[in-house]
Design a protein around this ligand. Structure first.
Ligand code: ATP
Ligand code: MG
Length: 195
């Protein structure tokens, strides 16, 4: 079993690198951003609530987000997968504590946290470009600034949280997609996680 958290600021490339990890390590992907955007697209009750936060660049409140994640994990976990890759969750310390507890109930744990480290100018550049191409409502200059603030205040403390647990793999997230992926693989392999 290999449960990975892919971690980093908005625009750091979590979704892109997740695709490769899923392919090569046989992991089940859970992206809370995609999950919420799917609810928004379908106009569900959760989608309406999520939209009111996402469009302002805010996080969905912890108690709701944790319930959504727990429910998704119980009902959609692929029993044949080699593990799970959590993309976009946890984003706060309470979410990290909840994830640890949930996994423990299943006699498993977070094994590795892959932290994609990218400077702020590059993050902004990527999100502006993505906004142009995909029309994602939160990829506009004003909301991007808010999301980066939220990242610094609420999410970045998770680096130290996972460093203290010896789980944090710092990855230089700048450069081309394949060389970043190679650094991730090398870092995981050095810790005995092979695909
Ligand atoms: P990346 O570009 O690296 O994939 P991102 O920050 O652009 O990351 P998502 O992870 O897709 O995008 O998240 C989009 C939005 O969904 C967040 O800004 C937030 O409002 C909401 N969201 C996603 N995950 C969480 C979470 N764990 N807790 C609270 N809100 C969340
Ligand atoms: Mg994403």
């Amino acid at each position: 079993m290999l449960n990975i958290v892919i971690f980093g600021a908005p625009g750091s490339g979590k979704g892109t690198q997740s695709e490769r990890l899923i392919r090569d390590y046989g992991l089940h992907h859970i992206s809370t951003g995609e999950l919420l955007r799917d609810h928004i697209a379908r106009g569900t009750e959760l989608g309406k609530i999520a939209d009111s936060f996402i469009s302002k660049g805010q996080l969905i409140p912890d108690d709701l987000m944790i319930r959504v994640l727990a429910h998704h994990l119980e009902n959609n976990s692929d029993k044949t997968a080699a593990g799970v890759i959590f993309d976009g969750f946890p984003r706060t310390i309470p979410q990290a504590e909840a994830l640890g507890k949930l996994l423990k109930e299943h006699n498993t744990d977070v094994h590795a946290v892959v932290g994609l480290e990218v400077d702020e100018d590059e993050l902004i550049r990527r999100m502006i470009e993505r906004g142009r191409q995909s029309g994602r409502s939160d990829d506009n200059p004003e909301t991007i600034k808010k999301r980066l603030d939220v990242y610094h205040n609420s999410t970045s403390p998770l680096r130290d949280y996972y460093k203290e647990q010896g789980k944090y793999h710092a990855i230089d997230g700048k450069g081309d997609v394949e060389s970043i992926y190679n650094s991730i693989r090398d870092s995981l392999a050095r810790n005995g996680f092979e695909n």
